[in-house]
Design a protein around this ligand. Structure first.
Ligand code: PEP
Length: 248
């Protein structure tokens, strides 16, 4: 079983998402994979309605860590739960880069998501410069350690990690299979070491960054890659379906 989770970002209208869910419902029904989609906040009521009694898992793309208060424009974990939201992307590189989210903020959001029974999808990844300067391992180690500060071992099975090299997101150029597999194994080893775990298979890490129906088979065939966080190629069910139906 692989996790195939779409990240719609700021895309699709309500009408488009309605027909999207109608098609995805059938695709998910016939799949043994975990099929998920993270939609803009305003479409969570629609997801709640349309994904009920289906095999589609849905989530939000962000949240704030406080319970309530004077935080104009923000959405709390409780509000997400009001619409039976199961997952929430935290620390996506677009949030880190455009909205200047820090590792400390990511950690607060992770703790709040876990406390509210949401599955955080924690995104980590290096920039092109960092990779070229051989900083990848150092950057990932810092992002992971800071994201997981004060997270208890028993919460790990509630977390999905996503390795998303920034240089591969939305560029059409994915990481090579070798790089993706090696880096994901490294991520699992860091987490295993932090929590004294013997079995790397207990840690779920997805690959994200220009994963599509063409390169999906190779990437998803790797033993440490537990699935994909998929942006562009998840926006049309015809494309997403081809990834969901890849036979490993
Ligand atoms: C993403 O934004 O999480 C992502 C992986 O995007 P894309 O697949 O479009 O590179």
């Amino acid at each position: 079983m692989k996790y195939l989770i779409g990240n719609h970002k700021m895309n699709l209208s309500e009408a488009e998402l309605k027909s999207y869910f109608k098609s995805l419902k059938k695709i998910a029904k016939n799949s043994s994979n975990f099929v998920g989609v993270c939609v803009p906040y305003v479409y969570l009521p629609l997801a709640n309605k349309m994904c009920k009694n289906t095999k589609i898992h849905y989530g939000a793309q962000n949240m704030f860590y406080e319970k309530n208060g004077a935080f104009t424009g923000e959405i709390s974990a409780d509000m997400l739960k009001d619409f039976n939201t199961e997952m929430v992307i935290i620390g996506h590189s677009e949030r880190r880069n455009i909205f200047k989210e820090t590792d400390e903020l990511v950690n607060k959001k992770v703790l709040s998501a876990l406390a509210n029974n949401l599955k955080p999808i924690i995104c980590v990844g290096e920039t092109k410069d960092e990779r070229e300067n051989k900083q990848t391992n150092k950057v990932l180690k810092t992002q992971i350690k800071k994201a997981l500060a004060n997270v208890e071992a028993q919460s790990l099975n509630q977390i999905i990690f996503a390795y998303e090299p920034v240089w591969a997101i939305g560029t059409g150029v994915s990481a090579t299979v070798e790089v993706a597999e090696k880096t994901i194994k490294f991520i699992k080893e860091i987490i295993a070491k932090m929590y004294d775990l013997q079995d790397l298979n207990k840690i779920i890490v997805l690959y994200g960054g220009s994963l599509n129906e063409k390169n999906g088979f190779e990437l998803l065939s790797q033993s440490h890659i537990d699935g994909g966080l998929i942006g562009g190629a998840s926006l049309k069910t015809e494309k997403f379906e081809k990834i969901i139906n890849i036979k490993i």
